[in-house]
Write a protein that binds this ligand. Structure first.
Ligand code: NAI
Ligand code: MG
Length: 335
């Protein structure tokens, strides 16, 4: 059983919402110890590096991490720290659940969708990125492998089986992207045949977006390649009230990093306005992953009760309270 985890407070709203999640983990009596390390802009300002060796070593040692959003400076040729972390630790599966809570600003009720996004290949593999000297042409390469497709599809079906889910939808664009998306779809059909008890569906990504907005209740587990998964999971967050409600787990064979789906939200950073629910929900995912299902359920109940009662709601939830008040409302329910 894990007791020491790595914590990356991150940039922008990160430190405030991660601190909220840590207070809640402690109040719930999860018995965790923390190694705090830096990454992103805050690491660059302190250590001159976006991803210091010490951070990588600590992540490697503890294997489990809770992470705030990181700002990747634009320009200057910096590659995304999130993409680097996912590739470095082989965090091939990005699991992004969205669940309706009453009392949010969401247009829908009863949503319960998990997006399983391939996290290391595709358009985000970082390969072949060039811009011509005169700036008139740019290229980037998308690479998917049979093994990478098999791994993510098996992961999605195993998750569906474990959680008693009914349907897995493989999202693709094989009609146009015949090689890359075509390979993903071919493997999806092979893997689907191994799970006859689960309904399998295939859907083209643009149509998927339309159907998610029209009839989200028809979806259960979505599995897809990296870029489509990035976009679709934000769309799904919008179905349940916005990015403040959407957690994500980055899972590999030996390591896992739990975080919010959203970024560092510079527009509201330092103003005590952020909804910490996304990172609290990521902490719940983390507890489930490390075998603390009871504590995960207690925290989820406290969070659900806070949101559904409208107690000390943040602005994105339709209230007028800040991060600290909302966090206290959740803490009060864990006494
Ligand atoms: P963002 O996700 O930070 O913000 C988008 C919108 O959602 C903003 O209006 C923001 O105020 C709102 N929002 C986000 N989280 C919220 C919360 N917890 N409560 C209330 N409102 C919330 O996306 P943006 O502005 O495109 O990116 C900002 C920075 O974050 C960039 O540097 C980007 O690279 C980075 N980023 C990092 C990610 C990560 O570390 N996993 C993921 C996505 C972006
Ligand atoms: Mg994204």
């Amino acid at each position: 059983m894990t007791s020491r985890i790595t914590v990356i407070p991150g940039d922008g709203i990160g430190p405030d919402i991660v601190d909220a999640a840590i207070q809640i983990l402690d109040k719930a009596g999860c018995g965790l110890e923390y190694d705090y390390v830096d990454a992103g802009l805050s690491a660059f300002e302190k250590h001159g590096e976006l991803l210091p060796d010490h951070t990588l070593a600590t992540l490697d040692k503890n294997r489990i991490a809770l992470k705030g959003p990181l700002t990747t400076p634009m320009g200057g040729g910096f590659s995304s720290i999130n993409v680097s972390l996912r590739q470095h630790f082989g965090l091939f599966a990005n699991v992004r659940p969205v669940v309706s809570f009453q009392g949010t600003q969401a247009r829908y009720q009863d949503i319960d969708i998990i997006t399983v996004r391939e996290n290391t290949e595709g358009m985000y593999s970082g390969l072949g990125q060039t811009t011509s000297r005169d700036g008139s042409e740019a290229e980037a390469m998308s690479k998917v492998t049979r093994q990478g497709c098999q791994r993510i599809l098996h992961f999605a079906y195993e998750l569906a089986r474990r959680e008693g889910r009914k349907k897995v939808t493989a999202v693709h664009k094989a009609n146009i992207l015949k090689s890359t998306s075509g390979l993903f779809l071919a493997v999806a059909r092979e893997v689907a045949a191994e799970y006859p008890e689960i309904e399998s569906e295939e859907m083209i990504v643009d149509a998927t977006c339309m159907k998610l907005v029209m009839n989200p209740e028809n979806f259960d587990v979505l599995v897809t390649t990296n870029l489509f998964g990035d976009i679709i999971s934000d769309l799904c967050a919008g179905l349940v009230g916005g990015l403040g409600m959407a957690p994500g787990a980055n899972i590999g064979a030996n390591h896992a990093i739990f975080e919010a789906v959203h970024g560092s939200a510079p527009d509201i950073a330092g103003k005590n306005l952020a909804n910490p629910s996304s990172v609290i929900l990521a902490a719940v995912q983390m507890l489930e992953h490390i075998g603390q299902a009871d504590n995960a359920a207690r925290i989820l109940t406290a969070l659900r009760d806070t949101i559904e009662s409208g107690d000390r709601a943040t602005a994105d939830l339709g209230g007028q309270h800040g991060t600290t008040d909302f966090t206290q409302a959740v803490l009060d329910r864990l006494s």
